[in-house]
Design a protein around this ligand. Structure first.
Ligand code: SF4
Length: 350
């Protein structure tokens, strides 16, 4: 990296990660599709033409209900799942075009913290073996002692003790196991982390501790997060910017302040209506969406949200809305944006 002032300014301004038209479609085998549906193939479009960027040091919150494609998006960015279309640019390099060897080297810089600390740790390995594996894979430790010292250092940084190195995952609580998962993700000193619902499987009191830990580690280690959650309170607390996902598409994106205080998409408004507002004299009508998230095997035509949207009109059933700018750095995709309709009417207190 150049050491000139101008280059430094460019580096700070440039996004660390850009996602450009990223799509992920899964196809079933012929035999399974034929048995289940009589069709030659079942195609599941889990992520559709998603674009956004994340600046270095930023936390991008990704919110949406279960099954909307959030985790698939996170994993496709890291090429844990291969994209069907689109590109991922990380620090100037096209991740989607890297060879297997180049991708292996890139994984040191791009890591993931998984949702389920119970399932993501090998029960037959000690903490030292689990956390030290990335050091071994990337040749980042020179010998047994160095590996143990580096593993002990990161284990202590996440709030465990070096005495824990020889224990097995079943000897820890849920919160401690998630700390082990965080240590494994951070031991190779990555720059970018996909935090895939890292607190969803934990008790509420433990959630707060893990969120605090992730916030401190971000500052201390200069990290950039894509933070995935279905909990808008968690997303609102942590995020600099927020992307709202519905059935594989980003329907609204902007600063956390803009999206959460002035949500423009009816789906975002429905998510916001579920947040209790204890400080306000009135409270928001709870918007109850009818039905479940449609299947990504047969997504609705037009606007994918039209089957559940209280504001849907004819055009919504025929045409997909375009992404429009609704404020500085704030975009949304809805045919009725210019009517300034809102599902968030205030109710008078009883
Ligand atoms: Fe609702 Fe129509 Fe807007 Fe989609 S385009 S969110 S169906 S109003």
């Amino acid at each position: 990296m150049s050491d000139t002032g101008n280059a430094a300014a460019r580096d700070t301004d440039a996004p660390l990660l850009s996602v450009e038209g990223l799509s992920k479609t899964y196809s079933s085998g012929r035999r399974l599709a034929d048995r289940l549906t009589g069709r030659a193939e079942i195609r599941v479009q889990a992520v559709k033409e998603v674009s956004f960027s994340i600046r270095r040091g930023e936390i991008m919150g990704l919110i949406g209900e279960s099954g909307c494609g959030k985790s698939t998006l996170g994993r496709t960015i890291l090429r844990l799942h291969e994209p069907t279309a689109g590109r991922v640019i990380f620090d100037g390099a096209d991740v989607t075009a890297l060879s297997d060897d180049q991708m292996k080297a890139m994984r040191r810089r791009m890591q993931i913290i998984f949702q389920d600390p119970y399932a993501s740790l090998n029960p037959r390995r000690t903490v030292e073996e689990i956390v030290g594996l990335p050091l071994r894979l990337h040749g980042l430790a020179s010998g047994r002692e160095d590996l143990r010292a580096k593993t002990a250092a990161i284990v202590e940084k996440v709030g465990l003790k070096s005495a824990h190195l020889d224990r097995y995952p079943h000897q820890f609580s849920g919160g401690q196991r998630q700390r082990i998962g965080i240590a494994r993700a951070l031991v190779s000193h990555p720059e970018f982390i996909v935090c895939d619902e890292p607190v969803s499987a934990l008790d509420v009191s433990i959630q707060a501790q893990i969120i605090q830990l992730l916030t401190e580690l971000k500052q201390e280690m200069g990290l950039t997060y894509l933070f995935i959650s279905h909990d808008i309170s968690v997303i609102g607390y942590l995020s600099d910017r927020v992307a709202v996902m519905y059935l594989g598409e980003i329907v609204e994106l902007g600063s956390a302040e803009a999206v959460l205080s002035n949500p423009r998409h009816p789906y975002t408004q429905s998510l916001m209506s579920a947040v209790p507002e204890v400080d306000r004299p009135g409270h928001r009508n709870r918007v109850r969406l009818s039905g479940d998230l449609p299947s990504p095997i047969a997504p609705p035509p037009g606007c994918r949200f039209h089957t559940r949207c209280p504001l849907a009109i004819d055009i919504c059933r025929r045409e997909a809305p375009k992404v429009e700018t609704v404020g500085p750095g704030h975009t949304a995709a809805c045919h009725r944006l210019h009517e300034n309709l809102s599902l968030l009417e205030e109710e008078e207190p009883a």
